[in-house]
Ligand binder design. Sequence first.
Ligand SMILES: Nc1ncnc2c1ncn2[C@@H]1O[C@H](COP(=O)(O)OS(=O)(=O)O)[C@@H](OP(=O)(O)O)[C@H]1O
Ligand SMILES: [Mg+2]
Length: 356
Amino acid sequence: MSDYSSELHIALLAVQRAVILTKRVFNEKAKGTVSKDDKSPVTIGDFGAQALIIKAIKHAFPKDEVVGEEEANTLRENKALSNQIWELVKGTKLDEPSSDAALGGELESEEDMLKAIDQGNSKGGNKGRIWALDPIDGTKGFLRGGQYAVCLALMVDGQVKVGVLGCPNLPVDDKEPLDAKSGEDASDGPGRGVLIGAVEGQGATSRPLGTGTLQNPSAISMRPIQDLKDATFCESVEAGHSSHDDQAEIAKKLGITKPSVRMDSQAKYASIARGAGDVYLRLPTSKTYEEKIWDHAAGDLIVREAGGEVTDVHGNRLDFGVGRTLKNNKGVVAAPKASHNEVVEAVKAVLGSKAS
Ligand SMILES: Nc1ncnc2c1ncn2[C@@H]1O[C@H](COP(=O)(O)OS(=O)(=O)O)[C@@H](OP(=O)(O)O)[C@H]1O
Ligand SMILES: [Mg+2]
């Protein structure tokens, strides 16, 4: 039986390398959006980070498939854009040569970059080894200088086995509690950047985000919470992605008095997993939207390995084995194991009262 140590190692390094690129994109102000879709914009960093990570996975595990958020069609139709991304991607490497070599070194050409992006086209499913990749999750947060995450998870036969989240704008300190400002611009703050990982059955760990070597990991766990009324709960910044109104009503029902912490991306899963917050609520805003597996796979495992439970609004575990989306689930409820049931009951009560 695999202990997934080499998969975790490669995933941590690959995410580290991708973050070098996303930071360059941000700092060079080359962060303009490519897609006009207001709900989920795409930046040039999304394409570059996807290429770098897929190159690393395919080098280490050639037979594995990848479900990646982006595809290269737009770039093939827009040479200038493709070239702009290639100029950023080609110089991006880890500081430690042996770590970079473990990822297969640099992409060789612009065409190689486009091919790597398109290798994220797996249909997903419940057979074999499939990685779920979100090169920049929380793109709106990224653009604002707020929270974003580079997210990578390995699923085997539809079960998440390895999860990694690179959160460049979260504090390094696992115990720094969230406050109302945690989701705001943090791009230039000192002591920021954390890399979190988990392997099924082996717990979750964090270490500072580096640029080539992996520092010693610390075990992370959710905060023990005696009474839910003292909980800190996280939600999306975007009201279009999850229903702020329903979430406020649920919090009230649970007696939570602290204001919600709004932040973009899977930094929400990362934050509750390390005890900086307690509960993550993502209530559907539409009957038709299907959550994407790359927006949840790594966070789901990390929270569960840190002592939490993650389900949909009906209390069912998220099903990552049915394709590129979570079509069997609606919404997300993540909370410490001992309190999770109480949160789901409150969710059901609030949503149920609106059913008719
Ligand atoms: N309608 C709707 N409902 C739910 N979710 C949606 C919806 N539309 C988009 N998305 C996805 O939300 C991802 C980001 O979620 P966040 O909670 O971080 O929100 S946000 O960052 O504040 O936008 C975001 O991921 P990224 O595109 O990687 O940022 C989208 O995949
Ligand atoms: Mg996303």
